[in-house]
Design a protein around this ligand. Structure first.
Ligand code: FES
Ligand SMILES: [Fe+2]
Length: 414
């Protein structure tokens, strides 16, 4: 369990909160490049870390992320027009460039220098691997965007994607990190395998603190009795790197028995919502040079009818589906997508409440990874408060110039 004050501390990421200050020391994915495909195209309204923002691609192709409300009289710039080197407010035509400078104020006298005094909220953006990353922290602390291998490697197949989640980032991150739940929540044919599963002795999870966060190796206990190593690392401040080793049952239909890396960023929208951004990568070395189809299209997944939630009972069929909860392993929408188990995972994470009240938990030995993760988050708050850099805010690239969330013993997972 966690004292209420500590729970608030690590779950609240709005402007001016201690954890918000930590998150603002990292680059975060905020959208996919394909959402603003065309220079001058329609702007997109976003919320990130509880801040209302507008994302657009200016007519030179540069992405810009600005405060949503016009500095003049606060109208939404998301209804503006992208033109003339920036975005123009629909109300009185003020024009802002991607750095937040006000280029024009057509309603003011020509000789006025009023526009030069305007500094509209603007956050730097960079594109990598089909994602748009933003840095929302103090400019003097801005690190380079890490060259994550899942986003920049060219020797394999990649898929980037995201989906929205209706609860706090941390409980969803913790759900992904949790090394025990697969054997229960995601176990198919429960009535058949239950006796064997319940009779197995406890096996410890290997954990180590690393430069990125926490390294984890656990055993994935399959229904056929075979145990396979599974890696699920925490990286600061809200990241999960899952490394599926050869032989594991493929969560991606048709991906075959290959090593696959699935890097995820849980990015707070506000304290009660987040987005899970995903970059999946399979190297050609794993597939004898063949490209792998890494999943269904975003449209299929973002179909609101396909998003599991309380309104469709997370697709539960208590009588007809042989899992503990009666929610199927895969629902029609996540066949072949990156979101295997989405309905089951969403149910367990969302039913904890919009922000899980960790003062009421009872954590066991199997939950050590969560305890280590929370400790690192609290340490980061302390570090930033003391003027230090939080862990992994500016990671050192390796010999190949890449940033890997990996472990020496998982290097076969290249
Ligand atoms: S409110 Fe935007 S220009 Fe007036
Ligand atoms: Fe899961």
């Amino acid at each position: 369990m966690l004292a209420t004050a500590d729970n608030d501390l690590i779950t609240q990421t709005g402007p001016g909160t201690p954890m918000g200050d930590v998150f603002r020391r990292y680059w975060h994915p905020v959208a996919l490049s394909e959402e603003i495909p065309t220079p001058g195209g329609k702007p997109v309204q976003l919320k990130v870390l509880s801040e209302d923002l507008v994302l657009f691609r200016d007519d030179s192709g540069q992405p810009g992320l600005l405060g949503l409300r016009c500095s003049h009289r606060l109208t939404s710039l998301a209804y503006g027009r992208v033109e003339d080197g920036g975005i123009r407010c629909p109300f009185h035509g003020w024009l802002y460039d991607v750095s937040g400078r006000c280029l024009q104020q057509p309603g003011e006298p020509e000789e006025s220098s009023f526009k030069d005094k305007i500094r509209h909220t603007a956050y730097p953006c960079r594109e990598m691997g089909g994602m748009i990353f933003a840095y929302m922290g103090p400019p003097e602390k801005q690190p380079p965007l890490p060259r994550f291998e899942t986003l920049v490697r060219e020797d394999g197949s990649r898929k980037t994607d995201y989906y929205p989640i209706n609860s706090n980032y941390l409980q969803n991150l913790e759900g992904a990190l949790d090394p025990i739940h697969s054997t229960f929540l995601h176990m198919d044919k429960w009535s058949e395998v239950k006796d064997a599963v319940l009779a197995r002795p406890y096996k410890d999870v290997d954990l180590a603190v690393t430069e990125w966060g926490v390294w984890r190796r656990s055993l994935l206990r399959r229904a056929d009795g075979e145990d396979l190593a599974s890696y699920g690392h925490f990286f600061m401040p809200g990241g999960f790197m899952g490394i599926r080793v050869a032989g594991e049952p493929a969560p991606i239909e048709g991906a075959g028995p290959v090593v696959r890396k699935l890097q995820s960023w849980y990015v707070p929208v506000d304290d009660e919502h987040c987005k899970r951004f995903i970059a999946a990568f399979v190297s050609l070395a794993q597939t004898d040079g063949a490209e792998v189809d890494l999943g269904a299209s975003r449209e299929a997944v973002l179909n609101p009818l396909a998003i599991p939630g309380p309104e469709n009972d997370y697709f539960r069929d208590y009588e007809g589906v042989d899992t503990i909860c009666g929610i199927p392993l895969r629902t029609a929408h996540d066949m072949g997508s990156l979101k295997g188990y989405l309905a089951q995972d969403s149910m367990v994470n969302e039913t904890q409440g919009a922000i899980a009240d960790r003062s009421r938990e009872h954590l066991g030995v199997g939950d050590r990874l969560l305890i280590m993760t929370r400790k690192q988050l609290r340490q980061a708050v302390e570090d930033v408060g003391n003027g230090l850099d939080p862990r992994f805010a500016n990671p050192e690239p390796d010999d190949e110039g890449l940033v890997r969330v990996n472990g020496a013993d998982a290097m076969e997972a290249r």
